[in-house]
Design a protein around this ligand. Structure first.
Ligand code: MN
Ligand code: MN
Length: 468
């Protein structure tokens, strides 16, 4: 009979804290990588800003806009930008594209407050903006925090880019909540109703326009005048704008040991950044490696910049055209044989809310990348359930390359659920597996990840592109 301790060692799955597996040098690499990641999320707080910032990184690393290239061969590096809001980057492999691609898909839109088409109004000599929140937020978390204003305004004859609230000497904006002294009614409401959608009105000014004339709404007039002087816009121009208000706080290291990253928009820019950085290391891969960064995931992936649009297929058709020469049926063959990691964050176990979780099947902060066979909610509703064979392939790839991974669901059955872009590429026949970084306080203005998980995901994605 075998020794029970040895037998247990052999048979049980061990739960390992990733930090305990790193030497000093590796720990430094994880910290240095996360430092650059924090710089990235501080400078890219909208999907448009992400595209811009990531395009710079791609170009610095020899990637060319596919529209400037007629023919592609193994080793070539290209990218395609869709309407400033989503981007695909590829390194052409030595294998025929028809045999399939290695794709990692993440999203670069994050929950936020968008302006309504007619946003500006005055109430009791204060000027405010009406907003419509974007994505699933807990509304009470978005009041009384510093907000910055980002986006574009299209006027009759020009396009104006706005970014106010990120620089030290910029003003910020905020939504003023009710003081506790007068909150006896509000406090009785359900958490979700305490701040209603129509309460998310952003304070933007308080000085009336200076005049001796009898005019109403002088504070609104003054704000419009300031905007007109600075940008040349009038009130109507808001109808053709996309203005997003996001948390103005900077990402920071969290904890005495500085082991965590706190910052806005890590869902899903942490997977976007790591998967794109990993692609930079995919030199001469066998299969063509693609990093796909989608917009609109937080509101259902609709629209022509979301994953449901066929612009990604257009991009693959371009790749086929410029390599093997396209013909009917090749796109389907290519997608059907493709391997995809849907790189999106998942819920990390939060000790403040332990009753929500089923501890055997959760993602733990600092325990590596989360492999999620199926998402959805109770009864696996809406899930893209990955095939065991593909999970086996990924698991073996990670084990061979010392990647820390964990396998999880998100919370107990029936407490909620979620899903991401996995099902969309699975619909087109590809093997798809959700595989991302665990996050605390997801969709809040200040999300939390582990530097170990960030660096480990970057390595995991690199091996996936290489396919060995
Ligand atoms: Mn996400
Ligand atoms: Mn999300």
């Amino acid at each position: 009979m075998e020794n029970a301790k040895e037998l247990k060692e052999k048979l049980f799955r061990k739960k390992t804290n990733g930090w305990e597996t790193l030497n000093k040098e590796e720990k430094k690499k994880a910290y240095d990588f996360s430092e650059k990641f924090m710089y990235f999320i501080n400078s890219a707080k909208t999907e448009r800003e992400c595209v811009k910032s990531l395009t710079n990184i791609l170009e610095q690393n020899g990637f060319k806009n596919i529209e400037t290239v007629d023919n592609l061969k193994a080793g070539d590096k290209i990218y395609y930008i869709n309407r400033e809001k989503n981007i695909y980057a590829a390194v052409i492999g030595s294998d025929d594209l028809t045999n399939g691609l290695n794709i990692i898909g993440a999203h670069i839109d994050s929950p936020r407050l968008d302006l309504k088409p007619n946003p500006l109004y005055e109430s009791e000599e204060l000027a405010l903006f009406k907003t419509h929140y974007y994505g699933g937020i807990k509304k009470y978390q978005w009041v009384n925090i510093p907000l910055s204003m980002h986006g574009v305004i299209i006027t009759k004859d020009k396009k104006i880019e706005i970014n106010i609230g990120e620089n030290e000497d910029d003003p910020i904006f905020t939504i003023a909540d009710l003081l506790p002294h007068l909150s006896s009614e509000q406090s009785k409401k359900k958490l979700n109703d305490a701040i209603a959608g129509e309460d998310l009105n952003i304070l933007v000014g308080s000085i009336p326009y200076k005049t001796d004339e009898e005019v109403t709404e002088k504070v609104k007039l003054n704000i419009l005048n300031l905007l007109n002087e600075k940008y040349g816009i009038v009130e109507k121009d808001f109808v053709s704008s996309e203005i997003e208000f996001v948390p103005a706080m900077k990402a920071k290291s969290l904890g005495f040991d500085k082991s965590l990253v706190a910052g806005y928009g890590q869902d899903d820019r942490v997977c976007a950044y790591t998967s794109l950085k990993a692609l930079l290391n995919a030199n001469n891969p066998k299969r063509t490696a693609i990093c796909l960064l989608a917009d609109k995931e937080e509101i259902g992936s609709m629209g022509n910049t979301g994953m449901s649009s066929r612009v990604f297929e257009y991009f693959i058709n371009e790749l086929l055209d410029k390599t093997v020469g396209n013909k009917p049926g090749l796109l389907d063959a290519c997608l059907k044989s493709s391997k995809v990691l849907s790189a999106d964050v998942t819920a990390g176990y939060n000790p403040n809310f332990s009753s929500i979780y089923e501890k055997n099947n959760e993602s733990y902060i600092g325990h590596g990348i989360s492999v999620i066979k199926y998402t959805g909610s109770a009864s696996k509703g809406g899930a893209s359930d990955a095939n065991a064979e593909f999970v086996g392939y990924i698991r073996n790839l990670f084990e061979k390359n010392n990647i820390a991974y964990q396998n999880s669901e998100m919370g107990k059955i029936g407490v909620g659920g979620g899903g991401t872009i996995a099902y969309i590429l699975a619909d087109r026949g590809a093997e798809v597996l959700d595989c991302g970084i665990p996050v605390l306080s997801m969709h809040s203005p200040y999300e939390i990840t582990s530097k170990f998980d960030i660096y480990n995901a970057y390595k995991a994605y690199e091996f996936f592109y290489k396919g060995e």
